[in-house]
Design a protein around this ligand. Sequence first.
Ligand SMILES: Cc1cc2nc3c(=O)[nH]c(=O)nc-3n(C[C@H](O)[C@H](O)[C@H](O)COP(=O)(O)OP(=O)(O)OC[C@H]3O[C@@H](n4cnc5c(N)ncnc54)[C@H](O)[C@@H]3O)c2cc1C
Length: 377
Amino acid sequence: MTRVSRLVDVVVIGGGVIGSAAAWRLAARGRTVVLLEQFEQGHHRGASHGTSRIYRQAYDGQFYTALAARTLPLWRRLEETTGSRVLELTGAVDHGLPTAVHAKAKALYQLGIAHSVLTPAEAQRRWHGIRFDTTVLHHPDAGRLHADRSVTALQQAAAQAGADVRHTTPVRTVRASDRGVEIVLDTEVITARHVVVAAGAWTRTVLGGLTGGTAPHLPALRTTQEQPAHFVPFTDAQWPSFVHHRGAELDGEGIYGLGSVDGIKIGEHGTGPHVEPDSRSFVADPDGVRRLVDYARTWLPGVDAESARVDTCLYTTTPDSNFVVDRAGAVTVAAGFSGHGFKFAPAIGELVADLADGTATSPEPFRFGTRQPAVAS
Ligand SMILES: Cc1cc2nc3c(=O)[nH]c(=O)nc-3n(C[C@H](O)[C@H](O)[C@H](O)COP(=O)(O)OP(=O)(O)OC[C@H]3O[C@@H](n4cnc5c(N)ncnc54)[C@H](O)[C@@H]3O)c2cc1C
């Protein structure tokens, strides 16, 4: 039998890092919030699992750089609220293609964010595990987030603030109603004044029941299966997070990496095959693994290149790699985090709460609608 529940202020669909952050910030404002996640806590089928994500402030241009800087105190507030340590500052280095490195140095300079520019020899003396052959940008207010611990802490903070956090609760349909929206579950229908859809690769499916004027006009969202690898380091020295930008010696989109409790993680940015989230293989592409091993052999003298352990994870990417965080009527969508959204989650949660409350409009890069060529992260 289907149960019809009381009217709530906001239902958040998606218990990844973004939905969990949105639920926290909405509940902290006193809204009645239900957070619904289709899978079990800590599942590996979306984008937010594992032990590490890069937190860094260096981006091309001021928009994301300023947003990343604003997010740091929110991660610290989450730690104070829950007593869980999620962010470790280890610093970050950018090297490789000089134009990419200089664009990031410029944004840090313009915003007054501490940074330094080092020669390859200076960088090599400081970080023995990485090989450098170009100018290196270092900024200290960067490092690594513990991904699983962050999601758990965000859900804990949401629950502490009064949110009803439910796992293994798939949403079957979202439909318009005269009081806002109805969220149809297997045995219950929840009526809400507002719904936040933070469903990652499943976003279009979740929105499928909204028709006509109630459906947000999303840009294209492309889902790919990515495959970072972890390598065993030779020493337990601390590693910075790093991005090696594509240049003369390095093809493709470049490589990111960082230290983690599982070893030194490296990955290519957004090179994986297109997949559907419910029918993907979870099997890594052997050519991609070989490229990462070759990279480790050449550029990471501090790791055992034969020790690769590979994981898979989803990117949901917009045409220009800008996120989609915007509102249409009773529906706010937070999706398309394009392989670089984790670090911003608490600030996105705050923006989602502003949009749902009607106290802010979406910044131009995050709006539904036409998209420009890709931003570099
Ligand atoms: C390999 C890899 C490395 C990355 N590295 C970095 C990094 O270093 N730094 C960084 O900032 N970002 C990084 N990212 C990106 C970042 O992890 C993602 O942008 C972020 O996790 C996206 O979170 P999300 O909540 O939007 O999506 P998800 O984590 O996928 O969450 C969406 C959730 O919605 C749930 N859902 C879907 N449909 C329903 C339904 N019908 N009912 C209920 N629940 C539903 C899903 O089960 C899922 O749990 C990386 C991503 C990958 C894959």
